[in-house]
Write a protein that binds this ligand. Sequence first.
Ligand code: KIV
Length: 271
Amino acid sequence: MSISKEAKRITTHILQEMKLKGEKISMLTAYDYSMAKIVDCAGIDVILVGDSASNVMAGHETTLPITLDQMIYHASSVVRAVEHALVVVDLPFGAYQGNSKLALASAIQIMKEAGAHAVKMEGGKEIRESVDRILSAGIPVMGHLGLTPQSIYKFGTYVVRAKEDEEAKRLIEDAQILEEAGCFGIVLEKIPATLAKKVAETVRIPVIGIGAGNGVDGQVLVLHDLLGITIEFSPRFLRRYHNLHKEIKGAVKRYIHDVKMKDFPSDKEQY
Ligand code: KIV
């Protein structure tokens, strides 16, 4: 990589400075080269190769089925496209839970084979040992608290988390544990805005929200939701910036029409 490209690159240190300056951090998912290139060109700060690829790209009902090799395939495609953003990759379900040696091996595989810049893991106190091990290998770690989709079968539903005092208290403690361990940031998913604001004010590391209100240090959304490709998913926190489902369907219908009517290709569109 050239020096000028290196200078433009967002790092975990830059994210920390952004929090200190009160500059909001923008983060979006991407799972492939073409989308990642567009998102990066637009100037996004952080690209998350989320395990939501399991839902969005593969059509699974949950994030649980996606494998480490599949995450590496998505992540390496994204990394090849990106010149500016920090690329964070989810450690998938089964690649770290309950085993810090496995966690380190999975994180190293992602960094080596995909060329990622950081990994993200769901959980607090229970993943502390894994976070320590991964950080000791020099790999930046982002935490993820609140609604953690890899535990969906424990929760039973996708409703807002930590509405009760006890769970809210535990969430703040977990955020402090992740900060103390050395995580460079935390994603908070689907929790009350007042609680998310309190977490962002309590820890010094950047806190990025999804369905966590405006009092945090940045926002993340799933790109396909923002673009209106996944129209069946419509939670209150989602702002749609486009209706690509309609646009793409319309374009495909016009193409089908042109083929059927023998209008495509025209004389100018052939050799
Ligand atoms: O996998 C994902 O897309 C995520 C975001 C919802 C934060 O973890």
